[in-house]
Design a protein around this ligand. Structure first.
Ligand SMILES: Nc1ncnc2c1ncn2[C@@H]1O[C@H](COP(=O)(O)OP(=O)(O)OP(=O)(O)O)[C@@H](O)[C@H]1O
Ligand SMILES: [Mg+2]
Length: 352
């Protein structure tokens, strides 16, 4: 199998270069810096219409930064370079004016965060907040938006939608609030929905329900979804494809069954083993400790070369250089759609 340089092999599927009009989001060579500290390195992936892509990795891997860079919501002081392209937009999103980005957000692209309260205005009734996203973007008149808001609230599983619409956020439960946020995110039929741990702050009993409603909303709109989560079991049920991130880099990517069922990168292998252990513990089984040794370093403290090498049991001196990206399977989907960057993959030596 041929290997390609990680940095040089980035696909550049612009709006039409890939020949597919169905690519909703293309991120290519995305770097994010905080001053001289590089937080994201050469993040490259794309999402097709109707496709749900998971983004997994330990805390501090760069998942939220990736989502925020796509949405144009990076904190002040952070700079992003590279390319972010959204279908139907002639111009790049990186470097776009805040005016243009806020026009796209809530309309062509929307995001659901972990904590619903941060997305809601505590002093406004929720029906008005759902309606406002439509009137602000000019997608409905005031009366139509008010009616549609109640419909949307009912669609996300709020039975007494009329009463909910007349409530303030603090009068609702966490699960109800996150449904309201989902209704706002879906109100203008976005092409892309980015969800960052959308249900982890909720009671376990409602997590699956709320996630199911979000996924149904995305499916009905044939939208693309980027779904950030710590839960590999959830990725396996919700997503078709998954990106594994560590140290601000995508270290492995591919169909969920391939990446989680037959991981190649030693980091992914560790994540999968740790998640199996979680499940075994949940069943009350006692098993030998099988977690990834050591901790995720602070930003800027990852080693050169393979970012994972100081925690990897298989690392050798070759890992001091940056591992090339080794594509797996069908390359027509784009070279980085499936593959891994590891010198000592699970399936055997790739490159030395
Ligand atoms: N505004 C910022 N300034 C400096 N460093 C930052 C900033 N935001 C994030 N970072 C650093 O970037 C790294 C990646 O952060 P990010 O929030 O993307 O992680 P994550 O994968 O989403 O983790 P979690 O699972 O805990 O949400 C972390 O080391 C974090 O401390
Ligand atoms: Mg995060």
């Amino acid at each position: 199998m041929s290997t390609h340089s990680g940095a040089g092999g980035a696909p550049q599927p612009g709006p039409s270069a890939s020949g597919s009009a169905e690519t909703v989001l293309t991120v290519a060579g995305l770097d994010v810096h905080a001053g001289s500290t590089q937080l994201l390195h050469d993040v490259t992936f794309s999402i097709q219409r109707g496709e749900r892509v998971g983004l997994i990795g330990e805390s501090g891997s760069g998942k939220s930064l990736t989502a925020l860079a796509v949405m144009g919501l990076l904190a002040e002081g952070l700079t992003a370079t590279g390319q972010v392209h959204l279908a139907g937009q002639e111009k790049e999103l990186l470097g776009a004016s805040e005016r243009r980005m806020s026009h796209l957000r809530g309309d062509r692209m929307a995001m659901v965060f972990q904590e619903p309260m941060t997305a809601l205005n505590p002093t406004m009734k929720v029906g008005k907040q759902v309606a406002e996203v439509m009137t602000l973007h000019g997608t409905a008149s005031r009366t139509a938006a008010a009616r549609r808001a109640v419909e949307l609230l009912a669609q996300v599983g709020l039975p007494d939608a009329d009463a909910v619409a007349r409530s303030y956020p603090h009068q609702l439960s966490g699960g109800q609030r996150q449904r309201v946020v989902a209704a706002i995110a879906l109100a203008n039929d976005p092409l892309l929905l980015v969800c960052d741990e959308p249900t982890t702050a909720l009671d376990v009993t409602v997590q699956a329900l709320v996630l199911d409603l979000i996924v149904t909303g995305v499916e009905e709109r044939d939208a693309a979804m980027l779904f950030i989560t710590h839960d590999l079991a959830v990725v396996a049920t919700v997503c078709e494809r998954v990106l594994v991130m560590y140290g601000g880099r995508i270290v492995e990517a591919g169909p969920v069954t391939q990446v989680l069922g037959d991981p190649q990168h030693r980091y992914t292998q560790g994540l999968v083993a740790a998640s199996d252990l979680d499940r075994a513990r949940a069943r009350g089984q006692r098993e030998p400790l099988d977690t990834i040794r050591g901790n995720v370093p602070a930003a800027g403290r990852f080693p050169d070369g393979c970012v994972f090498r100081n925690r990897c049991d298989f690392a050798t001196s070759v890992c001091e250089t940056l591992p090339p990206w080794t594509p797996r399977g069908d390359h027509s989907a784009g070279e980085r759609a499936a593959g891994y960057a590891c010198f000592h993959p699970v399936g055997g030596e790739s490159d030395e």
